[in-house]
Design a protein around this ligand. Sequence first.
Ligand SMILES: Cc1ncc(COP(=O)(O)O)c(C=O)c1O
Length: 389
Amino acid sequence: MRHNFDEIVNRRASDCKKYEAAAYPADVLPMWIADTDFAVPVEIADAIKARAEHPCYGYPIESFAFEESAARWEKVRFGWDVKPEWVKYANGVLPFLMYAVRAFSHPGDHVVIQPPIYPPFPAIIQNNGRKVVENPLVLDAEGKYQIDFEDLEKKLADPRAKLLFLSNPHNPAMRCYTLAELKQIGDLCIKHGVIVISDEIHCDLTYKGYKHIPFGSISQEFADNCIVLINPSKTFNIAGFRTGAAIIPNRRLRDEIQIAIVNNKNYGRTIFGMISFITAYTQCDYYADEMMEYLQGNRDFLMDALSQRVPRIKLAEPEATYLMWLDCKDLGMDQEALKKFFFEKAKLGLNDGTTFGRGGLGYMRLNIACPRATLEDAVERMEKAVSAL
Ligand SMILES: Cc1ncc(COP(=O)(O)O)c(C=O)c1O
């Protein structure tokens, strides 16, 4: 491998939220927020350092290289022909959810989500005075989440439903939706006049046997009825540079989002954000490939280790993302006890499943984007703590 993913990078004292904001004691291993413990590709570090050498950091120009690099990534990685003109910038994927809410719905309208789900989805809807309508994912016999299409249609058919917030791949359900599923979702949304906001921030993070399909690549009709959100931040560990891109093939939707962007005065790009985004999407394909090979090893190790050494903590087959959704119901604890157990006994800093809403009870989320040695340590901690129960 060109990049050394085994390298332990000391992230303490680097103003890093994972290690510092949670105020964990030194003996707790933080494995929660969705960034990686890996150094960025050397190409990004070099480009940032080179620009930092120049002593002026005034307003940057808005070069079209940003839009072109997003289009390149979609074409080369997923085979989707994206025109650079379809791409819009914001300082994150989440602002686009807010712009979409403001551009395409009115207070009181419904936005459909599929819990358990990344917590800002419902927060953005509620904070903007719209109604969260849930189409809960349902567990199948293997512990995998499936879409309840009958319920989805019911929710979309309400004339107040204006948007569906889709997480694909899904955080925290670890699902990489199939073409058949995406087609069914898209057909229902078109039938009922609901726009799909497809958050594809985890698109690069799929495991063997699973392939990400950009929602807008499926058909012209789907392209015209969606906004696809991407960001190299999760893959390349550059969330601190605050970038994000929306791909909006339809001219009308694009113009309406542009009004929301301007009304919210979010049109300033950052020098280092542009450099990191463009470098990631034009020079670092190898890093994305190698990291997934490494994470495949982490994921396989974790699945094996849990089933053999800690069978009371269950993990359904993860299809995508480095965020492992641990089913801890067999530990027989209520959520407060479960949180305490992981924090005080296992000494692991994980995400509380209930923060992901309905369906999160009895779950904890573990981030495996770390060197193998760190993950081995985490498994040992879980094994020891569970066997002491
Ligand atoms: C599904 C999903 N969307 C969005 C984000 C964050 O996006 P951003 O930092 O680009 O606003 C995350 C981060 O974990 C995520 O999991």
